[in-house]
Ligand binder design. Sequence first.
Ligand code: FES
Length: 137
Amino acid sequence: MKTITRKEFIEQVGIGAAVLFVAACAGSCKKTSNAGSGPTNVNFTVNVSTGALATNGGYLIQSGVIVARTTSGSFVAVSATCTHQGGTLGFSSSNTFQCPLHGATFDTSGAVISGPATTNLQKYNTALSGNSLHVYS
Ligand code: FES
């Protein structure tokens, strides 16, 4: 059996640890690439005369979609799942969708404003008829 010096041991263990870290990170540390993915076949209606959507700046999440009423009163809908690592988004008074996990922000069209997310959110159509808001793919 060969004896090794402390320096040799540290060098070998250090290289091994670095290899393990790189191997582990290759699978889990990369950014997710669910480019624009989100719920498909979205088709639901919400009443905007009551609840969160009755006031400007309000929002709700239904069927994996976050529906928000902007501060100017228009309606927008995007995937409620952050494209970074799947955090559930909220909507802020600055008219942005925000992720509570790592702070990514998206504009009302779903485009990334700031990371770590690099992929835009899937956007959905909205159509208002009276107090009924249709949200659809
Ligand atoms: S999961 Fe949203 S910023 Fe990381």
